[in-house]
Structure formats: structure tokens, C-alpha cells
Design a protein around this ligand. Structure first.
Ligand SMILES: [Zn+2]
Length: 146
């Protein structure tokens, strides 16, 4: 597994988004530098940031010291709006949901699991949360089974 997927729960901390109140997970500077577009990426203050995954919220990254990056500054902004499920392999939530309904979801998820195990994913820089995309599959499946 690549680092982003292995170190998940342990080192991550949580903070509430000052804008929308969602619980947000910490994210490393490496993710910010790859996610924030030019020229805004030139002016990021080094800090401990959290990512707000709420699609409607204008805040992308924020720190406890008042530093913030609007979601619109992120390179993955349009993907966030389209409910991207896997940022590494370009799979939309809609596509995966229709695969689930048609009983074709297993091979898609297996592909992502395999690539992740081989260290061929890029969640830390592609996924704006810096988290492993496989977590998104679990959330989606859980939301479907309710
Ligand atoms: Zn928010």
C-alpha cells in the first residue's frame, strides 16, 4: 500500500470547519501544494490544514490560525462538484452507483484495491482530502445500504 493509505487513521486529527461546521480531517502541505492552482499556490502559508469535503462549502482548506484556501482555488474543484469517487482513476460516484445496480461494481473496486496495494494510486496529491480514495467507496456503499 502507498503511504497515504497506510497512515490513514493514526496521525490524522479532526477539526470543525469554521464555515459549515462539518468535521474535517487534517491534510499535509504536500496535498495543498498539488491541489491549489497557480498562482494561488505561490502564496500558501505553511500551517496545519484541514480539508472541508462538503461540496456546498466555499472553504477548501483551513487552519486553526485563520489561514484558509477557498475550494474554488483547487485544481480538483470541478471533480469535487461532480462527486468524484476515485480521483486517482477518474471514477465518478454516478458511474460506480450504476455499476453497483448492475452488479458490475466488484471488478471496479478490485481494480482500485489492486492498484492501491501496488502503490500505483496517487491519493495524497490527487484526492483533495489527501486520503485514500477507497474510503469514498466505503462511504458510498454505506449510504446506499441505509
Ligand atoms: Zn466547510
Amino acid at each position: 500500500m502507498s503511504d497515504c493509505c497506510r497512515s490513514n487513521a493514526s496521525a490524522k486529527t479532526r477539526e470543525v470547519c469554521p464555515e459549515c461546521g462539518s468535521a474535517c480531517i487534517s491534510v499535509g502541505m504536500r496535498t495543498l501544494y498539488h491541489q491549489v492552482r497557480f498562482p494561488e499556490n505561490q502564496a500558501i502559508t505553511v500551517d496545519s490544514y484541514f480539508y472541508c469535503s462538503s461540496k456546498q462549502c466555499a472553504v477548501g482548506y483551513f487552519s486553526c490560525y485563520g489561514n484558509a484556501v477557498p475550494k474554488q482555488y483547487l485544481r480538483s474543484y470541478s471533480e469535487i462538484q461532480e462527486d468524484k469517487l476515485c480521483y486517482c482513476f477518474d471514477i465518478d460516484a454516478d458511474q460506480y452507483l450504476s455499476a453497483l445496480k448492475a452488479n458490475r461494481a466488484e471488478p471496479i473496486k478490485d481494480f482500485v484495491i489492486q492498484r492501491t496495494k501496488s502503490g500505483e494510486c496517487a491519493c495524497e496529491i490527487r484526492n483533495p482530502s489527501g486520503q485514500c480514495c477507497l474510503a469514498n467507496f466505503k462511504y458510498l456503499e454505506k449510504s446506499q445500504s441505509q
